[in-house]
Design a protein around this ligand. Sequence first.
Ligand code: SAM
Length: 261
Amino acid sequence: TSFGFKEVSEEEKSRLVGNVFSNVASNYDLMNDLMSGGLHRLWKDRLVSKLNPFPGMKHLDVAGGTGDVAFRILETINSMKRRAIQDSLNDSLHEETRIFICDINPNMLSVGKKRALERGLGEDKSLTWVEGDAEALSFEDNSMDGYTIAFGIRNVTHIEKVLAEAYRVLKPGGRFLCLELSHVEVPLFKDLYDLYSFSVIPALGELVAGDRASYQYLVESIRRFPPQEKFASMIAVAGFQKVEYENLVGGVVAIHSGLKF
Ligand code: SAM
């Protein structure tokens, strides 16, 4: 062409688009690792161990992005199944496990599907990727045993709507779990953490992702998110019972949970 570009075949185009997505994902993963010093992996492990996944469960991971939480749930269930096969306890194995990953951003879902292939979960029929809004889910009432949302609720427009939807889709006995960046109250640690978030995070964002403003916004959105007790009371207002939370690293993150009776 007059610009010196070659005609790009369909195949080439999808390869290029794939590259863009994997750049987004690798940047995203790298930033998560850098900002949390790798801790986000342990926090997600903790979330999944609190969930207590079981073979045959129907689970919904909202704001599931690149699949990080869903893969952990599925891998936990798959290893339980392997153990059960070894012990010839086959009863629980016939139930079909279903894990739905719902995210509003199709690019994040594409990255997730690609990562599922890389992890050898591409053929696993248990995973279903759904584009959708946490505030208006397309799933039926009383259809899920578990609901997780990790680093997702902080940025939605109406937290109350997300909680009401979580309550609606869970079965009675179903479990709600939310992992989110929260508030540090430990005096000296709080000062250090403030210094870290207001200086180091935006600088890292600029250096690694070339995007200072987004990371500044990230820090501000953490400040604006309701503190642990307030968020717990919002979960109770949505109808959940036995609402509790666990602070990790002095409240840098918190895992809130509730049960639908
Ligand atoms: N849960 C993943 C994790 O822990 O790595 C991804 C977290 S990422 C910080 C936040 C995700 O929330 C993004 O993938 C974004 O597209 C999604 N998101 C934002 N608003 C949403 C909404 N209203 N409904 C569903 N997903 C949403």
